[in-house]
Design a binder for this molecule. Sequence first.
Ligand code: ATP
Ligand code: MG
Length: 140
Amino acid sequence: MAVERTFSIIKPDATARNLTGAVNALIEKAGLRIVAQKRIRMTREHAETFYAVHKARPFFGELVDFMISGPVVVQVLEGEGAVLRYRDVMGATDPSKAAEGTIRKVHARSIGENSVHGSDAPETAAIEIAQFFSGNEIVG
Ligand code: ATP
Ligand code: MG
């Protein structure tokens, strides 16, 4: 499998509980390399753009409010099959359905406050990475 990159966000519920290092430990244990990382506060405009695909969903407003409620840590992860590998490490969107040992099973509070985001395909990963990082901020 080819080495690829995916985009990750450690969400406000996790940064609020000081879990950045705990989440990163699970990422690294899974063989993914953190090749870029910064702690930021998303603007409402950026959160709305980032989650535009969910605009028509009933939880859209709640999702945007949550993502701007505190700091997030945005990351680029690199490794073989990184997109799918990270989705495996994250676990199901709803933590009650997530597999044992996954980030969401271990740390998430609810389907909304679910601790992490990961891209769903290499194409969306490239778009999402470009929204937050310039090329010279990613060091593989
Ligand atoms: P993400 O895109 O954040 O990696 P995902 O791909 O597992 O998560 P999506 O279906 O893309 O899940 O939903 C995006 C985000 O919207 C979820 O991570 C969650 O925070 C929120 N969300 C999804 N479904 C619900 C819901 N039923 N109620 C509240 N929030 C939800
Ligand atoms: Mg998604």
